[in-house]
Every structure is written in C-alpha cells, then in structure tokens.
Design a protein around this ligand. Sequence first.
Ligand SMILES: [Zn+2]
Length: 210
Amino acid sequence: MKDPHALPTWAPRVRPDEIRRLYHLDAQGIYNDDLIADVGYGLLARCESFIRANEAVAGRARCPACGAIVNHHTGKEEVLQCACGWSLPWADYFATFQHKQLSGAGPVITLFQDFVERFPRAQTAQQRMILIDTLLHGFHWYFKTGEPTRPVAVNLIDLRLGDVMAFLDELTYGEQSTPGARERKAEWDTRIVHARSWGRQAPREPVEPA
Ligand SMILES: [Zn+2]
C-alpha cells in the first residue's frame, strides 16, 4: 500500500459558470451533450461524496485505500482500522470533510441517491436535464415542521448560501426551456420564502438531525 494512513478525498462543488451556461442554452432549446455530461457527472460525484460523508458520520467510513466500509463508533479518540492495513484516527478522517457543505439529513440523502442512480441511466438529453434541474432545486427540510430550510444547491454549487440563492434566482428561462423547468423554478420561489425566514431565525447553520 502506497500510504497506510491515506486521507479520504471528496469531490468539489460544481462551478457556477458551467451551470449558468447550461441554463442559458436550455432556454434556447439547445442541448449540449458534453456540457450536460460535465455538469451532470460533476454533480453525481459531489452527491456520492455527500452520501459517503454522511455514512461516515453514521459509523460507516469508507477506507480510502481499498474502498471497504470500516464500522466505527465515531468516538473522539477512536482509530479507524481496515483489514487491508490502512488506519487513521477518526478525528483526522472527520476533519477532511468538516465545514465543506457535506452534511444533511435523510430527505437530502434520498434526493442525492436518486440522482446518482438515475442520471447514468437517463436515455435522452432532455431526461438528463430534468434530473439536473430537479436536483438543483431541491431543499433541506426541517424535520419538526416539514418546512424548507435552505436549498441543497449550497452543497452542490461552489457559492456561499446567500450567493447561491441569488444565482438560482437569476438562471435563464425561456419558451424553449426543458419541460417542467419553469414550474420547478416557481415552486422553488415559494419555498425560498420559507427558507429566507428560517435564515433570519438562525443566521448561521440551521440545526438538523445528524
Ligand atoms: Zn482498506
């Protein structure tokens, strides 16, 4: 093994300019297969990292050397040890994804898992675009009240929370946009009102179950 104490790596968030270009073309009825694939697989890798980080927090860390799942108790002093010979203190493992927008509760995991499963199987550019659009307009939900708290785009696009809201607001739509895109945007507009009022109550990170 090259490094018996290798750190896990996490896919970065997708660049906003690529997404802006995607919507600009989509509004004109143009599907650019390469751009859809670049954005889609970038989002897919990010969703996978998000799911893995949450699995790790739940006690199932993936070994960066061989890919096996290392079960653990998330104890501060605990050292993760894989059968392949790799080992790392849990605190060091956790530090690689802390404060990197890789944390969320069940509904977000389900949304991301759905994208990971469906995007590679989509048959047409239009189907891929609908999956991307649905993913980008998803929300975190507060489990007690069932209200939207913040857009999941903050976990997927390389922007701060306030900027990501403005970014999604300003995406281009037109007569030729992918079916459903403007309806999803209208629904997002309603939910973002809730999310903004939530943000005023808790200006930092809203509390969610781990
Ligand atoms: Zn291993």
